[in-house]
Design a protein around this ligand. Structure first.
Ligand code: EPU
Length: 337
């Protein structure tokens, strides 16, 4: 195990925030992970687990051991003519895994193309896009219990998935390290093209025969057209979750804004936070190196040299103005560290 001291985390978070870690290590095996956890215990400092760093906002230097999960490998566990069950190491890059599956003609992940981050982080917040969530193709996961240091298997029920939610963000927060995720993919694809601009994009691309490759290409095209590339402009994707509001409030907003978008749910109506933020006048806002993306108001950006605290401050100003204008409290999707 190689432990580095006082290193910059700039390359390890997609916002590109330059904060330091007191200690840092990358682990490639469960044994290394256990050693790293033991080291943090001995030093009496917190151990913080990092995947792709694509859903965090660093607001300060970390008096901690940052453990980057580099557990790799893709292993077929079961296969028949209809489906395949595949275990994937937590440290695999999400989009590389999606491309691997598409190449094998295993269906189910194509709508989730180009989501930044690693496989291990994907169940944490039940990642989703274009009408599909990871829970739709999730089989199980293996996680290390940080107390007992034993590996435990979690079924979908035990993960308690919700919209951008799982048990690992709530009841079991900080208690487990996800080491691998097992997916059940189909060899007989069901195409999900209803959501957003997928159909129009496929038509633009002049796709004559539907395939998971075509859907993946369309999703990549849509994402590239409105989401900033984190290797060029620092960001962590959607900064807030889309709020679900009650029917009464929705009807009230509709009186002044007849065009308000809304997606009915069991508990109310889901309204795109990006729309609310845009209406509150923030789209394209810039202050020094930080701002609100000009094509998607849900994405806060760091053009270079921005500070995490300033981004947190901007986020709280946005929350306040959306609350004042619409009476809706936005909740961050990104984790603050
Ligand atoms: N909209 C605006 N202005 C904006 C942005 C959006 O008016 O600046 C409105 C538009 O009316 C649009 C609607 O919001 O029709 C929905 O926008 P979009 O399709 O871009 O999706 P989203 O709800 O903003 C969610 C996810 C994204 C995911 C897309 C596509 C959340 C928090 N975000 O965004 O996920 O890629 O749907 O499925 O649920 C992420 O989590 O990091 C992420 C990028």
């Amino acid at each position: 195990m190689n432990i580095q001291e006082n290193i910059s985390l700039k390359l390890y978070n997609t916002f590109g925030i330059d904060k330091k870690a007191k200690f840092f290590t990358a682990v490639e095996s469960i044994e290394e992970l256990k050693d790293a956890l033991a080291f943090a215990k001995k030093e009496n400092i917190p151990a913080i687990i990092l995947g792709g760093g694509s859903n965090i906002l660093l607001t300060k230097d970390q008096e901690a051991l940052i453990i980057k999960i580099d557990l790799k490998g893709i292993r077929v566990l079961e296969e028949n003519e209809d489906s395949v069950i595949v275990e994937v190491g937590a440290g695999e890059v999400w989009h590389d895994w999606v491309q691997f599956a598409i190449h094998k003609n295993w269906a189910g992940l194509e709508n989730l193309s180009l989501i930044p981050g690693t496989v291990g982080a994907s169940p944490m917040q039940n990642i989703g896009a274009y009408g599909v969530e990871i829970q739709d193709i999730f089989h199980s996961l293996k996680a290390l219990n940080r107390d007992s240091l034993s590996l435990e298997i979690f079924t979908p029920e035990q993960c308690q998935f919700g919209y951008r939610e799982s048990v690992f963000k709530h009841k079991l927060k900080g208690q487990y390290v996800i080491c691998s995720v097992t997916f059940k993919l189909s060899k007989k694809p069901v195409f999900h093209t209803e959501y957003g601009a997928i159909k129009e994009t496929l038509a633009e691309m002049k796709v004559s025969e539907m395939s998971i490759r075509a859907i993946s290409d369309a999703v990549v095209k849509i994402r590239q057209s409105k989401l900033p590339d984190p290797t060029k402009i620092g960001n962590a994707g959607s900064f807030f979750k889309n709020p679900t509001i009650d029917f009464q409030l929705f009807e009230e907003i509709k009186k002044s804004y007849p065009q308000v978008p809304g997606y009915p749910q069991d508990e109310g109506i889901k309204v795109p936070a990006g729309w609310l933020i845009e209406q509150a006048g923030w789209k394209g806002f810039k202050k020094g190196p930080i701002g609100v993306h000009e094509k998607q108001a849900l994405v806060l950006v760091n053009y270079g040299g921005g500070d995490g605290k300033e981004i947190a401050h901007l986020a709280s100003n946005i929350q306040k103005s959306v609350k004042d204008k619409f009476g809706i409290q936005l909740m961050p999707e990104v984790n603050f560290l």
